[in-house]
Ligand binder design. Structure first.
Ligand code: AMP
Length: 284
C-alpha cells in the first residue's frame, strides 16, 4: 500500500491505473477505523479494480465546541487494517495541504434544505464542511465510484445531491450499517463511552426498532416516538432529535409515504451518537 500526503502522488497513481482502463473506488474516512469502514473497503474491492482510502479529520466539519482536538487518531493501526483489506493507495493529508489559505478563505459547497435540518440544525456548518471536503477529495482522487455508510444517512443524501447538482461523474454507493452484536452502530465516537454507557447505548437501536414496529402495525407514530424518547432518557441519553421521515426526500413523513426512515441523534456521556433504520411501512 502506498501512503502519501501529497496530492500529485495520488493523481499520478490514479492516472497510471486509468490509462490502463482500470476502475477506481474511493472510501473517504476520518480514521480510527472499525469494521464499518473495512466493510466499505471490502465492498469497494468487489466493485472496482483499485481502492483508494483517505484519512483526514476535517476541521471544517467540526463546530468550535466539538471534538476536533480529541477525535481519535490511530494512523498506525488504521494503516495495518487497510493494507490487510487490500487498499492500494492511502491519502493522509494535513489540514495545511487541504486548506492552505485557512478555513476563512476557503471556497465552500452548501447543499440547501436537507443540509439545514436534523444534524445540520444541531451542528451549524457541519454539512458545509462535509460537502466541501468530499468535493475536494473527489477532485483529487477522481474515482469512478465512492462508497459511504448509510449510518450517516443525511450525509449520504447530501453527497448524492451534491454529485447530481454539480454533475460530478461519480457513482455514489451507500452501504448498510455495521453493528455490534448489541445492535449499537459501530462508530469511532463509541470510544468516548464508558463500559456502562456502551451497554446502555444499545437502547438507541431498540428505540428505533420500536417505532418501526409501531408504524408497521398501524399505530400512531407520534405516540411511538414519545415512548421511544422516554426509553432513551431512561437509558441515560439526552435525545437531540428522533424523527420519522420519508427515506427518499428526508422530508417529514406523510401517511401515504411507504419508504420511511427512523432517524435519531442523542447524547450519551461524552458522545453524540446517531443512528437510523430505513424500512417500508407496508412490509414487502
Ligand atoms: P467517518 O470516519 O466516521 O467519517 O466515516 C467514514 C465512512 O464510514 C462514512 O461513509 C461513514 O458513513 C462510514 N461508516 C461509519 N460507521 C459505519 C458503520 N457502522 N457501518 C457502515 N459504514 C460506516
Amino acid at each position: 500500500m502506498i501512503t502519501t500526503a501529497v496530492i500529485s502522488t495520488i493523481r499520478e497513481q490514479v492516472n497510471t491505473w486509468r490509462a490502463k482502463g482500470e476502475t477506481i473506488a474511493f472510501v473517504p474516512t476520518m480514521g480510527n477505523l472499525h469494521q464499518g469502514h473495512i466493510t466499505l473497503v471490502n465492498e469497494a474491492k468487489k466493485r472496482a479494480d483499485h481502492v483508494v482510502v483517505s484519512i483526514f479529520v476535517n476541521p471544517m466539519q467540526f463546530g468550535p465546541k466539538e471534538d476536533l482536538d480529541g477525535y481519535p487518531r490511530t494512523l498506525a493501526q488504521d494503516s495495518e487494517k487497510l493494507a490487510n483489506a487490500g487498499t492500494e493507495l492511502l491519502f493522509t493529508p494535513t489540514p495545511e495541504i487541504i486548506y492552505p489559505k485557512g478555513l476563512a478563505q476557503q471556497t465552500f459547497i452548501e447543499v440547501p434544505d436537507i443540509g439545514d435540518e436534523l444534524c445540520g440544525k444541531s451542528r451549524p456548518g457541519h454539512f458545509r464542511g462535509v460537502a466541501t471536503i468530499v468535493a475536494k477529495l473527489f477532485n483529487i482522487v477522481q474515482p469512478d465510484m465512492a462508497l459511504f455508510g448509510r449510518k450517516d444517512f443525511q450525509q449520504l443524501m447530501i453527497i448524492k445531491t451534491m454529485v447530481e447538482d454539480l454533475s460530478m461523474p461519480i457513482e455514489v454507493i451507500g452501504i448498510e450499517t455495521i453493528r455490534e452484536a448489541s445492535g449499537l452502530a459501530m462508530s469511532s465516537r463509541n470510544g468516548y463511552l464508558t463500559a456502562d454507557e456502551k451497554h446502555n447505548a444499545a437502547a438507541l437501536k431498540r428505540a428505533i426498532d420500536s417505532v418501526i414496529s409501531a408504524v408497521q402495525h398501524k399505530k400512531s407514530p407520534q405516540h411511538a416516538i414519545e415512548l421511544a424518547v422516554q426509553q432513551l432518557k431512561a437509558a441515560g441519553f439526552t435525545p437531540d432529535y428522533f424523527e420519522l421521515r420519508n427515506a427518499d426526500t428526508l422530508r417529514q413523513a406523510t401517511a401515504e409515504d411507504n419508504q420511511l426512515v427512523v432517524i435519531a441523534a442523542a447524547y450519551l456521556g461524552k458522545a453524540r451518537l446517531i443512528d437510523n433504520v430505513s424500512f417500508y411501512r407496508h412490509a414487502q
